[in-house]
Design a protein around this ligand. Sequence first.
Ligand code: GTP
Ligand code: ZN
Length: 198
Amino acid sequence: MSYNKKESYNPETTEVLIKNYTSIIEQLGEDPSREGLIKTPERAAKAMQFLTQGYDLDAKEILTSALFPEEYSEIVIVKDIEVYSMCEHHILPFFGKAHVAYIPNGHVVGLSKIPRVVDVFARRLQVQERLTHQVLDCIQDTLKPLGAAVVIEARHMCMMMRGVEKQNSITTTSAFTGEFRKTETRNEFLKLLLSNRV
Ligand SMILES: Nc1nc2c(ncn2[C@@H]2O[C@H](COP(=O)(O)OP(=O)(O)OP(=O)(O)O)[C@@H](O)[C@H]2O)c(=O)[nH]1
Ligand SMILES: [Zn+2]
């Protein structure tokens, strides 16, 4: 199963986006026919389709494609997953790290599927809070674990390059289900999050 449509851009969408990017370049006072910009609308059209490919992907299908029966019922945590998304207000990137944990309930999921699920929801126009909840809900609904936890730490370019122009602020969002709502489990999760690296 292919999760990445990097090389298969929709020709109709590409054509419309090329026209629109050409117009944007003109409106910005640039000359879209000068050498350096000739291919820019096409590149931008493809880049934007790449960055929003999550709309065409089914995150639940990704998880169910690699479920393995296993009687492990402690915390599994996949941390420091790189996240690149775009804020839906300014269509500017926000980026950082996601940390995802769950407590299996008879099945474990192939580890690589967790970052894939993060990408499916990150590659859309987003707000960080919704991204956090979508990853959590997908894991909860599909794996039906004893609990799930998602923490995302991100920097928003719309707060750095423009607007309030704050270079060092980091936004952290978190969401929990099941066992992770209990203080003891949540503390263990937070300890694992801060623990030493391999
Ligand atoms: N809650 C939330 N807000 C976000 C996110 N990404 C961007 N924003 C905010 O969306 C808000 C949009 O506010 P508006 O006042 O409509 O837009 P604006 O005039 O461009 O605001 P400034 O960024 O303050 O200049 C801003 O406060 C952004 O910081 C996000 O992921 N979550
Ligand atoms: Zn923004």
